[in-house]
Write a protein that binds this ligand. Structure first.
Ligand code: HEC
Length: 134
């Protein structure tokens, strides 16, 4: 019996760890988002220099109506780019390089010039975006 309860506890532990972001990460991510706020709102349709990131997690790229996206991002969207953990990790690290790789060519246009090199910073801000996209 002891072995069984150990397994039960182990499984319960694993599922809390694996079932998505912890609230501490989300809280840090919310702070990190201050570095995006100059250009992005989370209000539907509220355009700044960048498009609104309202419900961006899980949404197709370049999908905000009337926002004038770069040709590069529009092409990536046509190729099926969706914002999830993996794509956001790459895009936020280096938007232009990400688009070059995604489109498989060197000449791409891109309008987001900021790069966020720290993995942990990106991870937390993505946790935050995921948490507010539901
Ligand atoms: C100086 C302004 C600026 C800052 C700061 C900035 N962005 Fe952007 N962002 C843009 C612009 C402009 C675009 C449009 C890119 C294009 O059309 O190529 C964009 C596009 C995006 C997209 C794609 C949106 C879509 O509708 O497909 C995401 C996601 C994104 N930014 C996330 C972030 C996050 C997260 C941060 C902060 C960590 C951030 N950005 C910081 C200007 C900025």
């Amino acid at each position: 019996m002891k072995a069984v309860s150990t397994i039960v506890i182990a499984v319960a532990f694993a599922s809390t760890v694996l079932s998505g972001p912890a609230s501490a990460d989300i809280a840090r991510g919310e702070k990190n988002f201050k570095r995006c706020k100059a250009c992005h709102s989370l209000t539907e349709g509220k355009k700044l220099t960048g498009p609104s990131l309202y419900r961006v997690y899980g949404r197709k790229a370049a999908a905000v109506p009337k926002f004038r996206y770069s040709r590069g991002l529009r092409e990536a969207a046509e190729k099926g780019l969706v914002w999830n953990r993996e794509s956001l990790m790459g895009y936020l690290r280096h938007p232009k390089k990400f688009l070059q790789k995604y489109l498989g060519k060197k000449r791409v246009s891109n309008k987001m010039v900021n790069k966020f090199k720290k993995k942990k910073f990106r991870r937390d801000v993505i946790d935050y975006l995921e948490s507010v996209s539901k």
